[in-house]
Design a protein around this ligand. Sequence first.
Ligand code: CUA
Length: 356
Amino acid sequence: MNPFLIQIPFFPEQASSFAFEIDLFYLFLFALTGFFTVLIGVAAVYFLIKYRRRSPSEVPEQIEGHLKLEIAWTVIPFVISMFIFAWGAKLYYQMYTPPTDALEIFITGKQWMWRAQHPDGQREINELHVPLGRRVKLTMTSEDVIHAYFIPAFRTKTDVVPGRYTTSWFTPTKTGTYHLFCAEYCGTQHSGMIGKVIVMEPPDYQAWLRNVPRDKSPAEAGAQLFTSQACDKCHLEDGAGRGPSLQNLFGKDVKLANGGVVKADETYLRESILNPGAKVVAGYSNDMPTFQGLVTEEQVAMIIQYIKSIGPKQGAESTTTPAPSSAAPAPAAQGVKAVPQAANPAAPQREQPRQD
Ligand code: CUA
């Protein structure tokens, strides 16, 4: 991937497209710090000797201000720190902007294990198999406390936080088995929350996928949950139900009852499942009960995968907002009124298809 392939001793292997530049950046900071440490140290010793007091009655010459010197020691550090900032910001931006064409793997952290689910439904625990040379995006959340998904050989470390999705991405550049660590203290067995990342040649990865017993794909499982949790009773395809239609929703901007606009991404969909009153769609009232405690984080992710699967293809930009339904008119001026859950005739039957 990189033309130099410099392997710095004592560093973990460089096995992702980020690794080389991050090492280079780190090395630059290290060299810069070393250079100024030596420069200042040597100058201090030199001046100490050169300007030592030679006789007890000696009175040193008083120097007041030196404009050129002051400009130099202001401008030089400014330029250096701006260079560090620009380079660091560029790297940060690259690492935290996942490409849209990446292979998406869903990660759940839980005291004290890592679960992964591949796009076709293959699951694994404390291991992550990825194909060489392919961009891989991890969408991550936690069932309990904050963890952090750390793959030293890839130079990626991202917090995995309960209540929200975080993402990480990388392109593996070298086949092999690498360490996976939890890098956030998360309880007594934190140090045991480790695993392996296995980078395989694409044909081997395909073969691996075929050999792993798989249940339904997340989207298929999500479609089933969509029915079993009775989401389909209100979110009718034509938008004539009590809730807005979810067809072609993913990735688009949604007009809200409070006048705001939100992008229908994973975070918004998750919030709307667990805390439906937070962002009510314009034209609808706050009728939906929460599904907090009724579905696990993995099931929420499955429902989101299903909504994605009935949405426009990823990367397609559009700003259409769903048309307000005529069946559930709610004058915008009146604001959002909460309807008690008991009064909701279409309240879902609360089955709990737990999977673990
Ligand atoms: Cu999970 Cu530390």
